[in-house]
Each structure stands twice: as structure tokens, then as C-alpha cells.
Design a protein around this ligand. Structure first.
Ligand code: ZN
Ligand code: ZN
Length: 169
């Protein structure tokens, strides 16, 4: 379970390699709510130029997160379309293990604010009800709820207003 390159098989013109590895190579925290939902996939171009192994390409994986607003599970395709790694080759017959670089680039591409849907209504701050599924009768301070996200995404602000209007009806 590792992405191993064999420099002696790679010419200066380079070589395309494609494949997948079990998600275990991502070494995600077992206790976290972030879990892989499929293998890690890669599509790479490898070149060996003057003692340097240069790898470019795309790496991607389906990862399940918790929605930042309602905590429902949401599967996101995490993709790094501009993967890049460079290694000095000391001995042409040493294999190169790229697993760490690939894992790191996937983790860096994680969304900081995953949402189950862009218009997710989140949980009621008073009763905790999932507002995507039901409407509660709490009087919500809708403006304050969304103020923290103001400017991040226009849809969120608009959605907050919609919610307030509905509460006032
Ligand atoms: Zn949600
Ligand atoms: Zn409520």
C-alpha cells in the first residue's frame, strides 16, 4: 500500500502512470468524522531529468465530511489537479515512495467549510432541530446566526434573510 516509482524505468521523455490505492494510505484519524469513501486515485506524469524525479498530475479521493452547518454526512470529491513533487535521485536503482506527498496534497485540498448543500439551513440554535428537514417554532435571531459567515458567501446571507422572513410570518 504505497505509491512506489521506479526511476530506472522512467526515461527523460517521462511516463504516465495511473492507478488507485486503498484509502488507508491517507491515514485519516480513525476516530474523526472524516472518512474515505473510496480509494485514492492518481493520474501522474513522471519525468527523470538530470538526477531529478519530477512528478506532476492529479490526485483525488472521495471523502465523507460532516456538514459544517447541520452535521449531516456529505461526500466531497477532494481533488488536487496541480500535484507536484520533486525528488533528487541518488541511486537510479532506489525506488521512490510518493505516498507522503500524495497524502499531504489531498489533505491540503480538504474543504475548510464542507456543506451538504449550498443552501443548507443548519441546526436551530435554540432546539437543535435540523432545519433542512423540519421547521421548529423557535424565534431565531436569524441575523446574528449568519453574521459570522457574512461576506463568505452571498447565498448564505440571502438564506439567512429568507429564514428570518419565514420566522416572522
Ligand atoms: Zn448541512
Ligand atoms: Zn428551534
Amino acid at each position: 500500500m504505497a505509491i512506489i516509482l521506479e526511476p530506472w524505468r522512467i526515461s527523460e521523455d517521462g511516463k504516465d502512470i495511473e492507478g488507485e490505492e486503498p484509502a488507508a494510505v491517507l491515514a485519516l484519524e480513525p476516530a474523526s468524522h472524516i472518512v474515505a469513501d473510496g480509494p485514492l486515485m492518481y493520474s501522474l506524469h513522471v519525468q527523470c531529468v538530470t538526477q531529478q524525479l519530477i512528478v506532476t498530475g492529479e490526485v483525488r479521493a472521495l471523502i465523507q465530511f460532516e456538514c459544517s452547518r447541520c452535521a449531516d454526512p456529505v461526500v466531497v470529491e477532494v481533488k488536487e489537479p496541480a500535484f507536484f513533487a520533486e525528488r533528487a535521485i541518488e541511486n537510479l536503482h532506489d525506488t521512490v515512495d510518493l505516498t507522503d506527498e500524495v497524502r499531504e496534497s489531498i489533505i491540503l485540498a480538504f474543504p475548510s467549510y464542507p456543506l451538504c448543500q449550498s443552501a443548507c439551513r443548519g441546526l436551530c440554535v435554540c432546539c437543535g432541530m435540523n432545519l433542512n428537514k423540519e421547521r421548529c417554532s423557535c424565534k431565531q435571531p436569524a441575523k446574528e446566526r449568519w453574521a459570522a459567515f457574512g461576506g463568505l458567501d452571498k447565498i448564505e446571507v440571502k438564506n439567512g434573510r429568507t429564514q428570518k422572513e419565514e420566522v416572522e410570518e
